[in-house]
Write a protein that binds this ligand. Structure first.
Ligand code: SF4
Ligand code: SF4
Ligand code: FES
Length: 241
């Protein structure tokens, strides 16, 4: 195989104090970055640690840093991201502890969803009729706009504020809080607004929008966070927080 038919791939090995290791991988038509990582693990380096499940952009587990930018690797074609010399650099997501190689520890990312009251709490019982929420209502539209989050942490890894202050709840947890803040069936609205109103909450967002620019599901956490800021401000004026 000629050099032009090979990709020059550097992959992060080890923990946070590890380093990049070089591999050569044959180019294939329609190859994804996850295909490249899988080739390395199956053919060249069986101890390589990485994470994936669905391979079709649904589970959110395959995100990595590819040529300096967080991406979902199962839906990222090599042709779109490789440089002119056929080079790829693949590292774990930023802003999260490295377990090993390309696998990050997602615990604090999801702990922040819990801290932002990202769980639905209703009051209906199995004996009640289904809730009816008008499809055209502004609340339902706002909730629907953010609901397709797959928890991939691409936004979280792309957020400067998370880098600067690790206690910041981050775009995904706040986006989740916004979908629930618009869920008319949910009964912990004041508690949720309190949870996102603190120093590490929505007011820490500088609104520059890396999260929105990079979200592979085209969600807009920046808009969600702006909505939370408005709701928090209104609740504070009413003396509810
Ligand atoms: S807009 Fe806010 S949440 Fe999004 S990347 Fe910037 S600081 Fe982070
Ligand atoms: S908001 Fe987008 S980038 Fe962030 S976790 Fe959800 S799907 Fe991933
Ligand atoms: S493997 Fe599930 S989103 Fe990529």
């Amino acid at each position: 195989m000629s050099a032009s038919e090979m990709l020059q791939v550097k992959v992060w090995r080890g923990k946070a104090d590890g380093g990049l290791v070089a591999y050569e991988v044959p180019r294939q038509a329609s190859q994804t970055v996850l295909d490249v990582v899988t080739y390395i693990q199956r053919q060249l380096e069986p101890t390589l640690a990485y994470r994936f499940a669905c391979r079709v952009g649904m589970c959110g587990s395959c995100a990595m840093t590819v040529n300096g930018r967080a991406r979902w690797t199962c839906r990222t074609h090599v042709a779109k991201v490789v440089d002119d010399q056929g080079r790829l650099e693949i590292a774990p997501l930023a802003n999260l502890p490295v377990v090993r190689d390309l696998a990050t520890d997602m615990s604090e990312f999801f702990d922040k969803w819990a801290r932002a009251k990202g769980q639905f709490v209703g009051k209906a019982t199995r004996h009640d009729d289904f809730a009816r929420v008008a499809p055209a209502s502004p609340e339902r539209a706002a909730a629907n706009a953010g609901i397709e989050c797959i928890g991939c942490a691409v936004c979280y890894a792309s957020c400067d504020v998370v880098s600067w202050r690790p206690d910041y709840l981050g775009p995904a947890a706040l986006n989740r809080a916004w979908t629930l803040a618009n869920d008319v069936r949910d009964v912990q609205q004041t508690e949720r607004l309190r949870a996102v109103a603190g120093d590490a909450g929505c007011h820490s967002c500088h609104t520059q929008g890396s999260c929105t620019e990079r979200c592979p599901k085209q969600l807009e956490p920046t808009i969600s966070i702006a909505g939370l800021k408005r709701k928090v401000a209104r609740a504070a004026v009413r003396g509810e927080l």
